[in-house]
Design a protein around this ligand. Structure first.
Ligand code: NDP
Length: 247
């Protein structure tokens, strides 16, 4: 069944490249108006050009550093003023930090990972939760990672940040389960992006799925028909799980 998101308003963070870029494109291709958030204006403009070329949906570009917490609050206010609701939130922006023994991680690196991956996700949820509740079918998708459960050696800051956002997602889903709002996490699995190249530099990127393929699997979580809430969608296996087993 083709996904129709005509008239739906979506926020996508980290829309300047990688998985977020393609999620934004796919949402627009389904008819949504995408509010695209990231720091890199060039990447956002490229997204806008591409959405125009695709010929469906629209984009509003929001150059914003997600460490700017009052900026996140203002974003919610601006969406309220212009649309009076939000239908879709894709909290995708993230940073890896460093792959390193835990005792060698610098304080500023740890704090950055927590600020971008965890605190800004909470702040964004706080900013748009009232708007998602005003939608007839609010959908929230929080990007997570298998690292949250595998607790792989040397990945501690990133793994801990993803465990934190998954738990936040589940609490939020419990709070909202009697509402139309559906809240889930999405684990893309290893994907051909800049972050993956930073994490595993020796890997041949051609062995990994393209972010467009992964985005196409994740975007159906924005469907008004979605029933699931409080779950983790593993794109690699195309399945929902409650607690993921390490692979
Ligand atoms: P990329 O590094 O390719 O893209 C990250 C995006 O986040 C960019 O658009 C970047 O935009 C944005 N971003 C980073 N920091 C900030 C900030 N301070 N303010 C605003 N935006 C920011 O990553 P991926 O596409 O690979 O990852 C997307 C999500 O998927 C992440 O949450 C990641 O943890 C998760 N994931 C990825 C996997 C993979 O294999 N690729 C596997 C498992 C999970 P800009 O720099 O322009 O601000």
């Amino acid at each position: 069944m083709t996904l129709d998101l005509t008239g739906r308003v979506a926020v996508v963070t980290g829309a300047s490249r990688g998985i977020g870029y393609f999620i934004a494109r796919e949402l627009a291709a389904a008819g949504a108006h995408v509010i695209a958030v990231a720091r890199t204006v060039g990447g956002l403009e490229e997204l806008d050009d591409q959405i125009k070329a695709d010929g469906r949906g629209q984009a509003t570009l929001v150059p914003l550093d997600l460490t700017d917490m009052p900026g996140i609050d203002r974003l919610g206010g601006a969406i309220h003023e212009r649309w009076g609701k939000l239908d879709i939130l894709v909290a995708n922006a993230g940073v890896l930090g460093v792959i390193s023994p835990i005792g060698h991680v610098e304080a500023k690196t740890f704090e950055k990972v927590m600020t971008v991956n965890v605190t800004s996700t909470w702040r964004l949820i706080r900013s748009v939760d009232p708007l998602l509740r005003l939608s007839d079918a609010g959908r929230a998708i929080i990007l997570s990672s298998n690292a949250a459960h595998s607790a792989r050696a040397f990945w501690a800051p990133y793994a801990a940040s993803k465990a934190a956002v998954e738990t936040m997602m589940r609490s939020w889903a419990h709070e909202t389960q009697s509402l139309p709002l559906r809240v889930n996490a999405a684990d893309p699995g290893a994907t051909r992006t800049a972050m993956r190249a930073q994490a595993v530099p020796g890997e041949d990127p051609d062995t990994l799925p393209h972010p467009q393929e992964i985005a196409r699997r994740i975007v159906p979580l924005a469907s008004p028909d979605l029933k699931e809430t409080g779950l983790i969608y593993q794109a690699k296996h195309n399945r929902f799980v409650t607690y993921r087993q390490p692979e």
